[in-house]
Ligand binder design. Sequence first.
Ligand code: KG4
Ligand code: ZN
Length: 359
Amino acid sequence: MPRGRIVLGIESSCDETGAGIVSDGRLLAHVVASSMDEHARFGGVVPEIAARAHLHAFNPVVKEALEQAGLRLSDVDAVAVTTGPGLSGALQVGLAGAKSLAYAAGVPLYGVHHLAGHVAADTLEHGPLPDPCMVLIVSGGHTSLLLVRDLVRDPILHLGDTIDDAAGECFDKAARVFGLPYPGGPAIDRAAQGGNPCAVAFPRPLIGAEDDPYAFSFSGLKTAAARWAEQHRQRGEELPLADGAASLQEAIADVLTRKALAACREYGVRALVAVGGVAANSRVRALAEERCASAGVALRVPPLTLCTDNGAMIAAVGDLLVRADAPPAQLDVSIDPSAPLHYAALHPVDTRSATSRAA
Ligand code: KG4
Ligand code: ZN
């Protein structure tokens, strides 16, 4: 049996430099270097620091991924890289590195949409995605409900997106006003353990909005969290952090899972895939499990290490594109920092019509 083609994936859209290797849906290597600690004292990612950190981490991370898989660069059959969305300088470093690897190895290069990577991450743990499936993407910059058919062949249908802040952004900004460190999501998750999720009646933004039922909005919730913290401080009281964190987490988890399940019901979809950094949240996971179980919807959530940014998820998309015989990118492909998610490849691919034309 011929061996599957080997795809090296590179991710550098924010503060993680990731390299992963995937072949025929199998994960062979997964290495991530993070510059998160360098940003912590600024309370958020500093783009120039992130770009410089990618430059330092790129070669060691790729080398380690090849070692982990027991492969050499000459064994690699294709390189996939995040070309957007993300921080411009950070994306540039990853793309330049990926181009040079593809050129040196004489193999095709694929430009991948970062969010499609988050979706594909789940296939590395749970196998091919059901067609159709509902995807809830919840990251630091995006919150979307998507109807996904064949991830690399079909257009991705957006049922709803956030109209202001992303769920992760809400976690990060609320954590800041609570005096918790960056990144805020994991800090709130930890602080919430043992807290009372009903202690503070935080709003459930856009629940029940009729004209755009799957749109999200988190900026009001962020403001409510800031006001709650401010009121306690003005009264000279210590912040009841566990209760505030648990209540905020509950509000976010409630809105996300309620809308995701409503969408599954309306579109008759029996599988929900929750991906992105916020899918690592313990309450989001628990509530999604509970609500999916009572609605008879199968829930898929990637393991924690594949939820946050990594190169394996980009390799997973590359591997699907390779197996779909998708045309690769040209070597002069550029980054697209605000790329909308319509296709997994950042150069639209219509292999289905190409196949039917050939037939
Ligand atoms: O997907 P991701 O790693 O990067 C982006 O593409 O944005 O997501 C990062 C976001 C951050 O906002 C971080 O605070 C959040 O995911 N996050 C969490 C948790 N772990 C990461 N939010 C809530 N609970 C967590 N356990
Ligand atoms: Zn991400």
